[in-house]
Ligand binder design. Structure first.
Ligand SMILES: C[S@@+](CC[C@H](N)C(=O)[O-])C[C@H]1O[C@@H](n2cnc3c(N)ncnc32)[C@H](O)[C@@H]1O
Length: 290
């Protein structure tokens, strides 16, 4: 494998640079974040300030985020359909038939050609974060599913980038989308830790164990969260088969009835019954079942 040059800034059209294997051999990149044009149909300027701090009228247009079906779009489309990965070509062909030769399609073929190359240069442990917004995120997700495989979709991150406000005749458009994909099912993942706010700790972590560690009191909800059944061994015991649950539940109810039960506690018990499936491991142990 050729050596990847690091600390280098490439200037020019990123498709040509990405396709140059002298610059970017296969599988040489750990992580990609891209903040491409969003198809916003706006012009973006480089903002200058006058000496007094006010914006100057003489701005340089940095780039135009408006896309049209041109000869370049046509060529890129044919290149993807003819030479791109089969599944990607099929999707782009189908979208082209459905959407037609218009601005959205021009934007999509521009992005698809680059995303194919970005996938090529990623290491098998690598990840890609595509920053976009609801203008085209739904189309881009289709494209990324074809390039990376739907199983390698990891998150849709919603970035609330501005405060709530009214946009005419609709709810405020206040968020961007980041689509996070990995190249394989074994990506490098460095967990991010951050401290809780003091207010949050004071409100929820109200108990302290013998070792001085704070903890909160919570229920055992979330059956089937993530993979597996969500039913785990607890103090050497597993939950019973589903059919037994009702019988045991009734015994708990009868046991609780023996005590002086307030109306609030009764409501809690009703809640408990609703979330019964999720609490059974804990309760079974308390009542010595199994
Ligand atoms: C949404 S802006 C990114 C802004 C940047 N992240 C920032 O915070 O300043 C998209 C950028 O992509 C650049 N761009 C558009 N097409 C490009 C291409 N074919 N090759 C390289 N850069 C391109 C635009 O010039 C623009 O700077």
């Amino acid at each position: 494998m050729d050596e990847l040059k690091t600390n280098v800034l490439y200037f020019g059209d990123n498709l040509e640079i990405l396709r140059n294997r002298d610059y970017f051999p296969d599988e040489c990149i750990d992580l990609i974040y891209l903040d491409p044009p969003f198809n916003s149909k706006k012009d973006y300027n480089i903002l200058f300030k006058e000496n007094g701090g006010v914006e100057s009228e003489a701005q340089i247009k940095a780039f135009t985020d408006t896309w049209h079906w041109t000869r370049t779009a046509e060529n890129t489309y044919h290149d993807i359909v003819t030479n791109g990965p089969l599944r990607v070509g099929q999707l782009i062909g189908a979208l082209h038939d459905a959407i037609g030769q218009n601005d959205v399609m021009a934007y999509l073929v521009m992005m698809t050609a680059r995303l194919i190359e970005l996938h090529r240069v990623l290491k098998s442990t690598g990840s890609l974060y595509l920053h976009c917004d609801p203008t085209a995120s739904h189309y881009l997700k289709l494209v990324l599913d074809q390039i990376f495989g739907p199983a390698n979709f990891r998150n849709e991150i919603v970035w609330k980038r501005t405060t709530a406000h009214n946009d005419p005749n609709r709810f405020g458009r206040i968020h961007d989308i980041l689509l996070f994909y990995s190249k394989s099912n074994k990506p490098t993942w460095n967990p991010v830790f951050a401290s809780y706010d003091t207010e949050y700790v004071d409100t929820y972590y109200r108990y302290t164990d013998e070792a001085g560690r704070k903890f909160l009191s919570d229920n055992l909800t979330a059956p089937s969260h993530g993979s597996g059944s969500g039913q785990y061994e607890w103090r050497g015991k597993y939950p019973p088969p589903k059919a037994e649950c009702g019988r045991i539940q009734k015994r708990i109810w009868n046991a609780l009835k023996l005590k002086d039960v307030s109306s609030t506690q009764k409501m809690d018990i009703h809640d408990l019954r609703d979330t019964w499936r999720t609490c059974q491991v804990c309760l079974l142990s308390l009542f010595g079942q199994m």
